[in-house]
Write a protein that binds this ligand. Structure first.
Ligand code: EPS
Length: 397
């Protein structure tokens, strides 16, 4: 069973990811993992922290001679900023005079609810763990999941479809999303440069006014075979698992599968993906198609009845604007209970492309889990063999 967890705080010594249940023999390319971490650091509107960090994955266990060995994989990512916080946030008791309080909670952040819940006098420890810095560890774990999925030909990428009110309308080709992921310079991660410029203007406005801006990313999982997940039990539905995984990301407030939102306000005839049959299709395009069944479009986002249907799986994450504002909202001082402005140290203004990369990680980890449940295998060879046999079975259907 694939499981993973993360540990670490935003300004602590390091972030940690532990992943277990990955079969032996999966090739681990550290450059690929670091490239994923780099992608998460990009985007127009990031704050000062991204100029400090050079996120890089240090594998501690579970990988030997470049391949997984079946035991739990642990990864450490250094926080370079730790050296600036060591005295303010020591593991030992330290000097209380050096403690940096977060004196007034930020509306929208975990600060107030977390401080009440953990019975803390202020919110420093809350923000340390609630911060989206934690998504770094998820991206490292997700990179391992992506390398596993590669053995069964599944790829996972994202692109940005909205920043504030600026939106991209359309359905990109997989190749366009692939090209986007290869770029060495990331603006806002939109495949349409005109829409991207409008997105940049939204960020510029937030920068000018001391505000922040949210948006929507779309994760696409390409070449997912039909049959992952099941309607048999509520918690085994693929859409439910993906929704929970993406919703768990910091600042995500809504998740959509395919065209779920517009489907709710459309007639059935406008929504459902009509089924066709094209004899020989699966043999004509180099093994890209799983069966000879065809679909008019993919409004279902590759999932029907909680099961993947062989079309690309499409999951959208809707991000609220970052809750740290340079021109802060009203709040209350933790100590005096007097009205004050919410705390501000430094912050990102827009994180939509970075959140998309974290979304890819969560989708990849979820697909890796359900793929291992479906195909099983303690080694890469066994997994591939089981996958090939299944492909043969569904091709003959
Ligand atoms: C983040 C690092 C953090 C935050 C951000 C995500 O760095 P710092 O707090 O040192 O500036 O900028 O977290 C938030 C947006 C948040 O609200 O907590 C990162 O590595 O992505």
């Amino acid at each position: 069973m694939l499981r993973f967890c993360t540990a670490g705080e935003s300004h602590g010594e390091a972030l940690i990811a532990v992943i277990s249940g990955i079969p032996a023999g999966i090739e681990i390319d550290p450059e690929f993992v670091d490239r994923e971490l780099w992608r998460r650091q990009q985007g127009y509107g990031r704050g000062g922290r991204m100029r400090i960090e050079r996120d890089s994955a240090h594998f501690i266990s579970g990988v030997r001679h470049g391949k997984t060995i079946g035991s739990p994989i642990s990864i450490r990512i250094e926080n370079r900023d730790w050296k600036n916080w060591e005295e303010a946030l020591p593991v030992a008791a330290g000097d209380p005079a050096k403690h940096k309080r977060l004196a007034s909670p930020r509306p929208g952040h975990a600060d107030l609810a977390g401080a009440i819940k953990y019975n803390l006098p202020e919110a420093r420890y809350v923000l340390e763990r609630a911060s989206a810095r934690e998504s770094t560890a998820r991206v490292a774990a997700g990179a391992v999941a992506k390398l596993l999925l590669k053995t069964i030909q599944i790829e996972v990428l994202s692109h940005v479809i909205a920043v504030g009110k600026a939106a991209y309308v359309g359905s990109p080709k997989w190749e366009e999303v692939e090209l986007m992921a290869q770029k060495q310079e990331v603006l806002l991660g939109c495949i349409d440069s005109q829409a991207e410029q409008r997105m940049k203007e939204e960020v510029d406005q937030a920068l000018r006014t001391g505000d922040s801006v949210g948006g929507v990313f779309e994760v696409i999982a390409h070449h997912v075979p039909p049959g992952l997940g099941t309607y048999a039990n509520w918690d085994e539905r693929l859409d439910a698992q993906l929704a929970a995984a993406v919703m768990s990301l910091q600042a995500v407030k809504a998740v959509e599968i395919g065209r779920g939102v517009t489907a709710a306000v459309s007639f059935g005839s406008e929504v459902h993906d009509a089924i066709g049959y094209m004899r020989g299709r699966k043999n004509q395009n180099g093994g890209e198609s799983f069966t000879d069944f065809t679909r008019a479009h993919n409004n279902a986002g590759g999932i029907e009845g909680g099961i993947s249907n062989g079309e690309d799986v499409v999951v959208r994450g809707y991000l609220k604007p970052i809750s740290t504002l340079r021109r802060p909202l009203e709040s209350v001082d933790f100590a005096t209970r007097e009205p004050v402005k919410a705390a501000y140290e430094r912050s990102d203004v827009c994180v939509v492309p970075a959140a998309g990369v974290a979304g890819e990680a969560m989708v990849a980890l979820t697909l890796a889990k359900v793929a291992l449940e479906k195909f099983g295998g303690d080694s890469a060879g066994e997994l591939e063999r089981n996958y090939r046999n299944y492909r043969k079975q569904i091709a003959e259907y």
